[in-house]
Design a binder for this molecule. Structure first.
Ligand SMILES: Cc1ncc(COP(=O)(O)O)c(C=O)c1O
Length: 379
């Protein structure tokens, strides 16, 4: 079977985890601190706070901004459901903004329209607390434009960079653009700690809040234990952090390999009916997933196509989720097909192809051949 995603786990990763397990010190030690420092250095930012997963990272980021019941958070439509769920978990409401059909990222023009609408009425303007773009599939959203729009209203931007560690825009790293950036180390990301996440920020007071909230509300700067707010246990373990350190040492290599694989897919798909992912000038993605668009007439048969690929030993998947049309958001807010036309189209037509460091060119050729053959049979 050619898997959709395979984490790169090597001997040094296994040894690092075992070495920590043998010490018996499994939480809140030097590995977490070293992992945080390494991520902060790579992203080029002052503070990094390791947490138990990417969802926890996003949740804490919004709580650190004091997002509360009744508030509004402006968020992209097309993402893993955690991006919208964390807004609801703060008791706030997501206001969705449609995507660009080619990059799959939040459309800055639509963000502009949405903010003009919300900010022109004082009762809604005061409820808007943050903007949450996603760097979809490891390609950065158009942060220069997004920040230009949000700075007009003085709104903080939290980057959902769950898939994008190592990605950059004009040389500046994902996660370093907004007031906070949130990463995930789930096994489908370029590097993994099993479950794991990180919030990065240059703001010392936000960093302090995040450290308090991730550890039961315990003040990290007090001499004696002081519980200053009701916090969570969103900590990562020492052995996960040890794995994070060895994984981080391979990040560059893994990203280079994924870019090479993406280029090979691009070449194989040139002139075909499948639309390969678009990369704007200045953007350096990490290809957390390689997602193509199927021709429109194939979209209704996508499940069949994925099932047939599986029968042929190839794992493929949909891109990600149309969050407003999932059961909860659809029933709570009444969203319908047509509300977000670009997302409607991309959600129906996306197909994620296998992407992992050790995927071989001949496996890629097999994948593309199989998809093309099936499409021509469905024609
Ligand atoms: C865009 C996005 N946001 C948030 C998350 C949540 O991360 P985690 O699975 O580590 O909680 C993911 C993860 O899969 C993601 O892809």
């Amino acid at each position: 079977m050619i898997r959709l995603a395979v984490p790169t786990i090597e001997k040094d990763d296994l040894e690092a985890v075992c070495a920590v397990l043998e010490t018996g010190f499994l939480v809140q030690g030097s590995q977490v601190v070293a992992f945080e420092e390494m991520v902060a250095n790579v992203v080029g930012i002052r503070h990094a706070i390791a947490v138990s997963n990417g969802t926890a990272a996003l949740h804490l980021a919004l709580l650190a901004l004091d997002v509360r019941p009744g508030d509004l958070v402006v968020v992209t439509t097309y993402s893993w459901i955690a991006t919208a769920n964390v807004v609801e978990l703060c008791g706030a409401q997501p206001v969705f903004v449609d995507i660009q059909p080619d990059t799959f990222n939040m459309d800055p023009h639509k963000l502009d329209e949405t903010l003009r609408r919300l900010m022109s009425v004082s009762s809604t303007a005061k409820r808007v607390k943050a903007v949450l773009p996603v760097h979809t599939f490891g390609q950065m959203a158009d942060m220069p434009n997004i920040l230009e729009i949000t700075s007009y209203y003085d709104l903080p931007v939290v980057e959902d960079a769950a898939c994008a560690l190592g990605a950059s825009w004009q040389g500046r790293q994902a996660g370093s653009w907004g007031v906070m950036g949130c990463f995930s180390f789930h096994p489908r990301k370029a590097i993994t700690t099993g479950e794991g996440g990180m919030v990065v920020t240059n703001d010392s007071s936000l960093a302090r809040k995040l450290r308090i909230l991730r550890n039961h509300g315990l003040d990290p700067d007090a001499c004696a234990p002081e519980f200053v707010v009701p916090g969570f246990n969103y900590r990562i373990t020492e052995f996960q952090a040890a794995l994070g350190l060895t994984q981080m040492s391979k990040l560059k290599r893994i990203v280079i390999a994924r870019r090479k694989l993406a280029k090979h897919y691009d070449e194989l798909l040139k002139g075909s009916l499948l639309k390969s992912p678009y990369t704007p000038e200045g953007s350096d993605p990490v290809y957390q997933s390689y997602v193509v668009l199927l021709p429109e007439y194939i979209a209704p048969h996508r499940a069949e196509l994925i099932a047939e690929l599986k029968r042929q030993g190839i794992e493929a998947g949909i891109g990600t989720w149309h969050m407003p049309l999932t059961s909860y958001y659809r029933s709570r807010y009444g969203y319908r097909l047509g509300d977000f036309p670009a997302t409607d189209d991309v959600f129906a037509r996306s197909l994620a192809l296998p992407m992992f460091e050790t995927l071989s060119p001949s496996e890629q050729e097999k994948v593309v051949r199989a998809v093309m053959n099936l499409i021509s049979e469905m024609d």
